[in-house]
Design a protein around this ligand. Structure first.
Ligand code: G
Ligand code: G
Ligand code: NA
Ligand code: MN
Length: 250
């Protein structure tokens, strides 16, 4: 049987679940929020990660309903967390061009009652740069709603600094390829230092992704990153483990 046919049934069948990975403030050491990462608990194939089905969802158009579900679920889950914590949701290229996205975001906020500034949408730097025309309208719509925007996988997508100043973005997420084990490599250090410098001068927050060890954390702290995310703190957790993780953290 084709994976594609299974994916149609997965959403209605409750086989899609969200894992929540904590994002930690480097200075205070507290949890500032969680990134929502979708997982598919396939009845025969077991746990499938997004790399195995997000592209398929995009090709088949299923990403629209999956994306709407993730937004609704993530916003309602975030309502069970302390009120200062945000939830970050990934938006893929196929969702980005669609007029339905604005409605899905607005509906997820309205249905959950989540304050808009607790929702952060992650779009990859490459997506942003390749769709500048759509980006403009999308970011304006999101700003009107009060939702925050993060550029994901930053450092891999050749942004022009001119564009960064023109768009209402609040955060750069530094790609983990520059972060994990980076103390060993001078060139990676130069990249992260440059990104943090740009972010500071443009008043964006920075999150270092892929912080896997205490050494990685000490290093991103020394470079002035605001937040860190990675296996050093936790992998993505099922929603029913998030409450205990928050209580036990720090
Ligand atoms: O969770 P890792 O666990 O494998 O996630 C891999 C990639 O899948 C991430 O880079 C992320 O951008 C993408 N991804 C995870 N969850 C979602 C989602 O809900 N929607 C979209 N569009 N992409 C997602
Ligand atoms: O592309 P995006 O940044 O949204 O991807 C998140 C992906 O990164 C997920 O697949 C998640 O499982 C993975 N991830 C999260 N933390 C770490 C980490 O510390 N090291 C590595 N190698 N991957 C991580
Ligand atoms: Na992401
Ligand atoms: Mn990323």
């Amino acid at each position: 049987r084709l994976l594609q046919e299974d994916l149609r049934l997965a959403l209605d069948g409750g086989q899609l679940r969200i894992g929540y990975q904590p994002i930690v403030s480097v200075r205070q050491g507290d949890i500032i929020g969680f990134e929502a990462l979708v997982r598919w608990h396939h009845p025969e194939r077991g746990l499938l990660l997004p790399s195995t089905f997000i592209a398929l969802a995009e090709e088949t158009g299923l990403i629209e309903s999956i994306g709407a579900w993730v937004l609704r679920q993530a916003c309602s889950d975030a309502m069970t967390w302390p009120a200062h914590m945000r939830v970050a949701v990934n938006i893929s290229p196929a969702q980005f061009g669609s007029a339905a996205l604005l409605n899905h975001v607005a509906e997820a906020l309205a249905a959950s009652g989540l304050l808009p500034d607790r929702l952060e949408l992650e779009i990859t730097e490459a997506l942003f740069m390749n769709h500048l025309a759509e980006s403009d309208g999308f970011l304006r719509d999101m700003r009107a709603l009060g939702v925050r925007i993060a550029l994901d996988d930053f450092g891999t997508g050749f942004s022009s600094l001119g564009y960064l100043t023109r768009f209402p973005i609040q955060k750069l997420k530094i790609d983990r390829s520059f972060v994990s084990g980076a103390t060993d490599f001078e060139n990676r250090k130069a990249v992260v230092e440059a990104i943090v410098g740009i972010a500071k001068s443009l008043h964006f927050e920075t999150t270092a992704e892929g912080v896997e060890t205490a050494e990685d954390l000490a290093w991103v702290r020394s470079l002035g990153c605001d937040q860190a995310q990675g296996y050093h703190f936790s992998k993505a957790l099922p929603i029913d483990h998030v409450g205990a993780f928050i209580l036990g953290f720090g």
